[in-house]
Design a protein around this ligand. Structure first.
Ligand SMILES: Cc1cc2nc3c(=O)[nH]c(=O)nc-3n(C[C@H](O)[C@H](O)[C@H](O)COP(=O)(O)OP(=O)(O)OC[C@H]3O[C@@H](n4cnc5c(N)ncnc54)[C@H](O)[C@@H]3O)c2cc1C
Length: 432
C-alpha cells in the first residue's frame, strides 16, 4: 500500500524551523519594508542589508536556499512535493521567497537559463541570479494582448552578426530593478505561430530600452509600481544573446510557465491559510450581542467553507507536485497544472474576502495584510495567463479521455441499458 500523507521526520524538522523563522523573523521585514522585496541587493540600504544578509545566511546554513533548484545549481534537489510544503510557509510572507532564494519571476527565469543557456549565458546571468545578487525581468506580454501570442508585434531582425529588437512590452514585472530582460520577439513573421518567435537575453543598460511607465496595481502606492510598459527602439544585441534556438520561444516559455504556475499555487496556499488563521482568531476575539462572532452560524459557515476549500486546494497542489516529481514532465501533468492555476485565484479571492468580512471595517484597511492578500487573488487570475485560457486547457485534456456516444441517446440512457440487461441476463424476457 503506497498511499501515505506523512512527511519524513528530518524534512519536517526543516519545515518547522522555516515556519518559526518566517513567523518570528521574516514577517518583521514585511511590516518594515513591504515594497522593497524586489529590489536587487545593491539597491537596498546599508541598514536593510545589515538585517537581511544574515537572514539569508541562516537559510543557507540550514540548506534551504533556492530549494526549487537541483544540486548542480546550488539547490537541494528536494523536488516539487517538498518544495510545495516549504513554499506554503514562504508564501505567507512578502519577503519569505526572497530570503529563501525562491522569488518569482527570478525562479522561472533561472530555470530557463539553466535549461537553455549556453555556458557563457549561465556565467553572465544565471550565477548572479542564483546568488540573489541581481533580479531579472520576463518581457513577453504586449499592450495589444497577452493571452494571444498571435498578436505579438515586437520583432527581432537580423543585421549582420546582430539582432535588432523593436516593439513594446506590457506588464514586464520588476523591469525597474532588473539587470537583464528576457524578451520574446518575432523572428520569422511568416512561420507557423509555434515557430514564429525567439527569446533574447538583453542587458538592462542596452541603448534603446525605455521604461515608459511603471504601473502600480490595487494595494500598491502609485510610485512603487513594478509592472512596466517598455519600449524597445532598435535595441541591438549580438547573436549570442539568443536563449535557445531560433523559433524556440514557445518551448522556452512553457518550461518557465509550467513551474511558475505551480509555485504561485504553493505560495497562495500559505496566504489563504494565513487568512483562515486570522479569521479564526478574530471570530474568537470579537464579541457582538453578548457572544463571540465564532458562535454565529453565518460566521461558522465562512470558517468551515474556507477550511474545506483550502484543504481541497492543498490536496490538488500536493498531488500535482507529486506527479511532476514522478513523471519529470510538465506537459504530462498539464491538466492538473492548469486546474490549480484556475483554483489558485478562486480560493484566494473567496477566503480573502471572507477574512475581510469577518474583520469588519478594519479588514478593508492597510492596517491589516488582508486587502493585499485578497488582491493577490485578482492578480493571479491574470498573471501567467487568464483563468479562462486555463479552463480551456483543463476541459480539452479532460475531453481527450472520452468519445461521443454511439447513437442518439447518451450511453447512460436507462431504457436502452435496461433492454441490454434483459437481453444479457434474462434471455430477453422482461420481468413482470
Ligand atoms: C501581477 C501580474 C504580473 C505579470 N507579470 C508579467 C511579466 O512579468 N511578464 C509578462 O510578459 N507578462 C506579465 N503579466 C501579464 C499577463 O501574462 C497577462 O496579463 C495575461 O497573459 C493576460 O493578458 P492581457 O492582460 O493582455 O489580457 P487579454 O489577453 O486582453 O485578456 C483579457 C480577458 O479576456 C478573456 N480572454 C482572453 N483570452 C481568452 C480565451 N482564449 N478564452 C476565453 N476568454 C479569454 C479573459 O477574461 C481575460 O482575462 C503579468 C500580469 C499580472 C496581472
Amino acid at each position: 500500500m503506497a498511499w501515505d500523507f506523512t512527511t519524513e521526520p528530518e524534512f519536517q524538522e526543516l519545515l518547522d524551523w522555516a515556519d518559526s523563522f518566517v513567523t518570528n523573523k521574516v514577517y518583521k521585514l514585511d511590516v518594515l519594508w513591504p515594497h522593497d522585496c524586489y529590489r536587487p541587493a545593491a539597491d537596498l540600504t546599508p541598514q536593510q542589508r545589515a538585517v537581511i544578509d544574515p537572514m539569508k545566511a541562516q537559510v543557507r546554513e540550514r540548506g534551504l536556499w533556492a530549494c526549487h533548484l537541483g544540486p548542480e545549481l546550488g539547490g537541494q534537489g528536494y523536488g516539487q512535493l517538498k518544495l510545495a510544503m516549504l513554499n506554503e510557509i514562504l508564501g505567507k510572507s512578502i519577503w519569505g521567497p526572497r530570503i529563501f532564494g525562491t522569488q518569482a519571476p527570478d525562479t522561472g527565469n533561472a530555470e530557463i537559463l539553466a535549461h537553455y543557456g549556453t555556458p557563457d549565458q549561465k556565467a553572465a546571468y544565471l550565477k548572479p541570479l542564483l546568488e540573489g545578487d541581481i533580479v531579472s525581468c520576463y518581457s513577453m506580454t504586449e499592450p495589444q494582448g497577452g493571452a494571444d501570442p498571435g498578436v505579438f508585434q515586437t520583432t527581432a531582425v537580423r543585421d549582420g552578426g546582430d539582432w535588432v529588437i523593436s516593439g513594446q512590452k506590457f506588464f514586464s514585472s520588476n523591469a525597474r530593478y532588473a539587470s537583464f530582460f528576457i524578451v520574446m520577439a518575432v523572428t520569422a513573421p511568416g512561420a507557423p505561430l509555434a515557430r514564429r518567435m525567439s527569446m533574447f537575453l538583453v542587458p538592462a543598460q542596452t541603448p534603446g530600452i525605455e521604461i515608459v511607465r511603471n504601473f502600480a496595481h490595487l494595494g500598491e502606492p502609485e510610485d512603487a509600481g513594478t509592472e512596466a510598459l517598455i519600449r524597445y527602439d532598435n535595441v541591438r544585441v549580438p547573436a549570442s544573446a539568443m536563449l535557445g534556438g531560433e523559433g524556440d520561444a514557445f518551448g522556452v516559455a512553457q518550461v518557465r510557465l509550467g513551474g511558475g504556475r505551480v509555485h504561485h499555487a504553493m505560495r497562495t496556499l500559505g496566504n489563504a491559510q494565513r487568512c483562515l488563521d486570522m479569521m479564526a482568531e478574530r471570530a474568537l476575539s470579537r464579541v457582538t450581542k453578548g457572544e463571540p462572532l465564532a458562535a454565529k452560524q453565518a460566521v461558522q459557515n465562512m470558517i468551515a467553507d474556507s477550511y474545506i476549500e483550502i484543504a481541497q486546494f492543498r490536496l490538488l497542489v500536493l498531488h500535482t507536485a507529486w506527479q511532476i516529481d514522478k513523471y519529470q514532465d510538465y506537459n504530462r501533468v498539464r491538466k492538473d497544472i492548469a486546474a490549480i492555476k484556475v483554483l489558485t485565484p478562486r480560493v484566494m479571492e473567496a477566503v480573502g474576502k471572507r477574512a475581510i468580512q469577518i474583520h469588519g471595517a478594519l479588514g478593508t484597511t492597510y492596517d491589516l495584510p488582508l486587502t493585499r492578500m485578497f488582491t493577490s487573488g485578482l492578480l493571479l487570475a491574470l498573471a501567467d495567463g487568464p483563468t479562462e485560457v486555463h479552463q480551456t486547457t483543463v476541459a480539452r485534456q479532460v475531453l481527450r479521455g472520452y468519445k461521443p456516444s454511439d447513437g442518439m441517446w447518451p450511453s447512460e440512457y436507462i431504457p436502452a441499458r435496461r433492454a441490454a440487461a434483459e437481453s444479457e441476463l434474462l434471455g430477453g424476457v422482461s420481468e413482470g
